[in-house]
Design a protein around this ligand. Structure first.
Ligand SMILES: [Zn+2]
Length: 78
C-alpha cells in the first residue's frame, strides 16, 4: 500500500504533510490518514481505498450502463 508523505492541497495547491505515522503492520484499507496543509493549515482526512475494489466498482457501473442500453434498444424481455 503506497501512501504518500505529502499530497497537494485541494484548496490552495500547497503541500499537505501527512500527520499520521505509518502503522507497524503497514497501511490497511479503511485506515484514516490525516494531512495538514502548509499553506492554508486545513486538515485533510483521507481513507485508504482498496484499488481492486475501486476497479470492481467501475466494472459494476459499466455493466449497469450496458443493461440500460439493452433496455433502451427495445429488449423488454418477458
Ligand atoms: Zn491548503
Amino acid at each position: 500500500m503506497d501512501i504518500p508523505a505529502t499530497i497537494t492541497c485541494i484548496d490552495c495547491g500547497a503541500d499537505a504533510h501527512r500527520l499520521t505515522p505509518e502503522p507497524e503492520d503497514g497501511w490497511e484499507v479503511g485506515d484514516i490518514v490525516a494531512y495538514r496543509c502548509a499553506g492554508c493549515l486545513d486538515r485533510w482526512d483521507l481513507v485508504v481505498a482498496d484499488p481492486e475494489e475501486s476497479a470492481r466498482s467501475e466494472a459494476a457501473a459499466f455493466d449497469l450502463r450496458q443493461w440500460l442500453a439493452d433496455r433502451q434498444s427495445g429488449n423488454t424481455g418477458a
